[in-house]
Design a protein around this ligand. Structure first.
Ligand code: SF4
Ligand code: SF4
Length: 448
């Protein structure tokens, strides 16, 4: 939690900000009194700063509570209302990585996302998280059940009727207009095996020329086509794609709930199989930025002394980051067959905070006859936040700058690396059709 004193004291954001270990095993981490004191300290700093007023609804909630209090200061806010701030944080990390000048090594050591995560973890341990949030965050279990043949058709049919949506609203408080994924009875992992092996993989930069695909709960069970498109593109570029022996949810939905023990179980269930593949010469990629962020950042911050987690971090890539490194070494095929025209490209927050630059834009811009218009604002989807009845209006308000750009654009395609963010945008506009995932656009451009 605390910054390393050896780093010295200076303004944090004059250099690229770095995250620090979560310290969730420290005795004070789950202490409610220690948490309240830290919330008071950081909220006081944020009240005096207010730079993050337009990132999400956590900060406006805090500032409204302060402004509406009798004293107009933090001391006038009932401590029980602090939870109302916490519930609006979906741990995107944007405040830490793009705004805050007081992050460690600044002596104020403000780490707003980790403080929110700590508050969620304390609430979870205290049993304050209801069954609905637990169900919605159990993406792999829900996917396994909803993906059973016949059940999948029934679930999809029910989700497409107003009666079914009313039922979902009444039971799980899922907003009737929120986009819901369709379930596939034949998941991606079953469609892919076995893949052809490349005789001699060619390394380039940090890439080793063969990858293990972590399919992710969403792409495996809901949109396997994105994974199929990824495989075609990678194999077209001479990169072998394999699967790990087993795969479970990375735990990101559980992290957003504050269920850190479940995140640990997710790490323990996935890391051995992925590291076994790394030891056989593979790198790791995943078609959903949140899962890549889990491997690159969240597990390393929760388990900073685990060498297997560190090894996984060193070998994990965003798919377009991988392709961009291959291109830098002259190894990306440029035999594009089809221009993409204008593409409105949304950069999801969990990709932005990976600090790798806009690799998706760079690679898509290689396609002749293609113009990319980039939007770097939150889509408002944010895990399960945007589907919950009580947050739907706020989530659409957060998405509004992106939706306005989409409405005003005459783009031929719109795309987001996060498939769920793409569908959130789809639900907020009419007449623009469905989003096309950037990997699907690249396959289209290759004419594969
Ligand atoms: S991490 Fe994201 S959602 Fe949470 S407070 Fe910061 S900007 Fe808002
Ligand atoms: S997180 Fe940092 S930048 Fe944002 S309001 Fe608080 S102190 Fe200001």
């Amino acid at each position: 939690m605390a910054p390393d004193p050896k780093e010295g004291r200076r303004e944090g954001s004059l250099a690229a900000p770095t995250r620090h270990p979560l310290g969730w095993r420290e005795p004070s981490f789950h202490d409610p009194q220690a948490l309240e004191r830290e919330l008071e300290r950081v909220f006081e700093i944020c009240h005096g700063c207010r730079r993050c007023f337009n990132l999400c609804n956590a900060f406006p909630t805090l500032f409204d509570l302060i402004d509406a209090s009798a004293s107009g200061e933090l001391d006038g806010v009932p401590r029980g209302d602090f939870a109302r701030v916490v519930e609006h944080c979906y741990l995107c990390d944007m405040c830490y990585l793009t705004k805050c000048p007081y992050v460690p090594p600044h002596e104020w050591a403000v780490d707003f996302p980790h403080l929110m995560l700590r508050a969620k973890a304390v609430a979870f341990r205290a049993g304050e998280v209801g069954w609905r949030a637990r169900v919605l965050s159990s993406t792999d279990a829900v996917g396994r059940i909803a993906g059973i043949p016949v059940v999948a058709e029934a679930v999809n049919a029910a989700a497409a009727t107003s009666l079914g949506r009313k039922l979902l609203d009444a039971t799980l408080h899922v907003h009737p207009e929120a986009p819901l994924p369709r379930y596939q009875s034949r998941p991606l992992r079953r469609r892919l095996e076995p893949r052809p092996q490349v005789e001699r993989a060619q390394p380039a930069g940090r890439t080793r020329g063969k990858v293990v695909l972590f399919t992710t709960c969403y792409v495996d069970r809901n949109e396997p086509q994105i994974g199929l498109d990824l495989v075609r593109v990678f194999e077209h570029n001479g990169i072998e794609v394999a699967l790990a022996a087993s795969e479970r949810c990375c735990g990101m939905p559980k992290l957003e709930l504050g269920d850190l023990d479940a995140v640990e179980r997710a790490m323990e269930a996935n890391v051995p199989a992925l590291v076994a593949m790394i030891d056989r010469g593979y790198d790791v990629i995943a078609p959903v930025p949140s899962c890549v962020l889990m491997f690159k950042q969240e597990w390393p911050l929760m388990f900073p002394d685990d060498p297997a987690v560190a090894k996984l971090r060193a070998h994990t890539f965003d798919p377009f980051e991988y392709l961009a490194q291959r291109h830098a070494a002259g190894l990306l095929s440029l035999d594009f067959k089809q221009p993409l025209g204008k593409v409105l490209y949304h950069v999801p927050c969990h990709l932005r905070v990976q600090n790798i630059g806009q690799k998706t834009r760079e690679v898509l811009a290689l396609v002749p006859g293609t113009a990319i218009e980039t939007v770097e604002r939150c889509s408002g989807h944010d895990g399960t936040y945007g589907v919950k009845r009580e947050y739907r209006d706020v989530s659409m308000k957060i998405a509004r700058p992106v939706l306005d750009r989409l409405r005003a654009s005459d783009a031929d395609h719109y795309a987001s690396d996060c498939p769920m963010a793409g569908h959130q945008l789809e639900s907020g506009v009419t007449g623009r059709g469905a989003p096309t995932h950037p990997l699907s656009l690249l396959r289209l451009a290759y004419g594969l």
